[in-house]
Unconditional design. Sequence first.
Lengths: 332, 332
Amino acid sequence: MDRAVTISQVAALAGVSTGTASKALNGRGALRPETRLRVQQAAEQLGFVANAAARSLQTGRTYTVGMITTDSIGRFSIPLLIGAEDALGAGQMSVFLCDARDDPIREQYYLRTLLSRKVDGIIVTGRRTQARQPIGRDLPVPVVYAFISSADGRDCSVVPDEADGARRAIGHLLAVGRRRIAHVTGPEHHHSAQMRAAGAVDTLAAEGLRLATPVLYGEWSEAWGRQAAGILLSTGADVDAVFCGSDQVARGLAEGLRDAGREIPRDIALVGFDNWDVMVDGSRPALTSVDMDLEGIGRTAAEMLLAAINGEPVHGHQARPCRLVPRASTAV
Amino acid sequence: MDRAVTISQVAALAGVSTGTASKALNGRGALRPETRLRVQQAAEQLGFVANAAARSLQTGRTYTVGMITTDSIGRFSIPLLIGAEDALGAGQMSVFLCDARDDPIREQYYLRTLLSRKVDGIIVTGRRTQARQPIGRDLPVPVVYAFISSADGRDCSVVPDEADGARRAIGHLLAVGRRRIAHVTGPEHHHSAQMRAAGAVDTLAAEGLRLATPVLYGEWSEAWGRQAAGILLSTGADVDAVFCGSDQVARGLAEGLRDAGREIPRDIALVGFDNWDVMVDGSRPALTSVDMDLEGIGRTAAEMLLAAINGEPVHGHQARPCRLVPRASTAV
DNA sequence: AATGTCAAGGAAATCGATTGCCTAGAAGCT
DNA sequence: AGCTTCTAGGCAATCGATTTCCTTGACATT
């Protein structure tokens, strides 16, 4: 463990004052090029890295943003985080990840921690897209909600347009010639299930069509998908495609249909939602799915946060389009 | 956006000097109880939160550790992170998560960032258990490797004992009466595949047994599992159980065997590895699997890091036992 | 030669909290 | 009364980098 190198050591080696060294390294002030170079070489030679605490104490900026995931870190938070890191990394900013585990106490605790660390901004995210109570009032730093949205319309939220995703799914099924479409999804009270179902119904209505059966609500699991296959077939409804509310449901449904002797996509075409790699690739056949572009949402949220940090006011709800990824389960 | 409250405002409100206020809030120095209380109430009233930068500049401690995942954040890093957060959160420390995405440049960049932020310590982790080159030499802060290990034996590493996991898997299969056991796993050059295969072979040898077929190496995918089912059956080998190197392989294998008319576990019992919820629950029947206790590894790594931060020397390779989680795929 | 201009770099204040040292006053002792 | 001892709390240095003035000297201008 060496002692950390400070700027005064660099300055001493270069034969200048600390102030001059600081200017040389930060490209400020009026210095002769050779002086600047001498300082830079000295810094290089000593392996100097500026003490972030000292810098932020002086400048008031920490080049750090906090990310609070209200639900446990997982499948949704990770792409959001990666997207945010992409956007922030370009600006040399780092991300503090805090997992509140769905516990309001932990959430407030982390909020205090982030404020004490004087982060430049905060991104709030979670597992559900449903609107949530704002994390705090009159915070001293800008806040952006990603994936979830804030119930306060003045807050800035970036969310996926789930109805748009449903529209693309149905549009795709119509485009490959299916007309008798069913919809199997998660719990009826779940915001995402509602949005996706509504999007599907509306899209069909615009074509003068309707779902082949009432929406089948259940849970977000493969087991429910398998069970739904049985229900669907037992109704005797003449279905030639199913739009599923999640990839897990779709995968379960695919297995259920196979077990019952139906062939996908010949007899029934299938579209999932989430474009979750292990599900879409593991399914047989590979699953067409709707991608919410979580990385893009994370990136956009981070960009808006950066704008807010730089004083450009941002607010309002922004819904981003989805993308359909066609695979074998809807091949013509 | 309020202006941040400083300790001098608290001191002024309480009618004491800043030094006294600091002592009051940190429980140091000799103060009258009523003075202490007066300061605490003033801090409370103003919503004072100490500026972490100023504090760490003075004390040299940041109460922050960095976590560098060499591979992309994912299924393995998350439980490790959660475990580490558990252990560190108790000490009021936060975690900086850095995703180096398997890129040495990014890794060194993040290392510099963490050092500039004067983190108290660093946890290095990744997707593979194989030993890796140390992340740096003579770093000014302690480093602990979690899940992966450092090639330098003097470094501190906490890893799963994968051979132990294999031993438990085979032991379990033997306990439920299976004797003709095959092993299907990932790429032969993959460290985990080697450790697990060796563990399986050794455990059988200790009982005077051997694998029913040579180890089937492939890749870590469901597709390979399905393919392996065909290979296994076509050899005509009389197999009554398969230990798989991962849950994905096991799930694929289960499907392949089902398709070929074999019943699990009656005809062939199945054990996976990783205990990955979506795989073990999605399989039919639910999959018995080996759990590496990643959270425990993260927690242990964090505890060792804390010890190192507090000056207690820690080093050496620590292998932690696995746990077998029995499910329907090996039910008697 | 006297004055003005400008480039280059130094000196010192500053950010906010901590902490070692010091002092004023109270209490105890002879 | 005079001395010591202790307690409570203030003062000021400190951490490391940034930044705002200043100063110095070189050069140009008249």
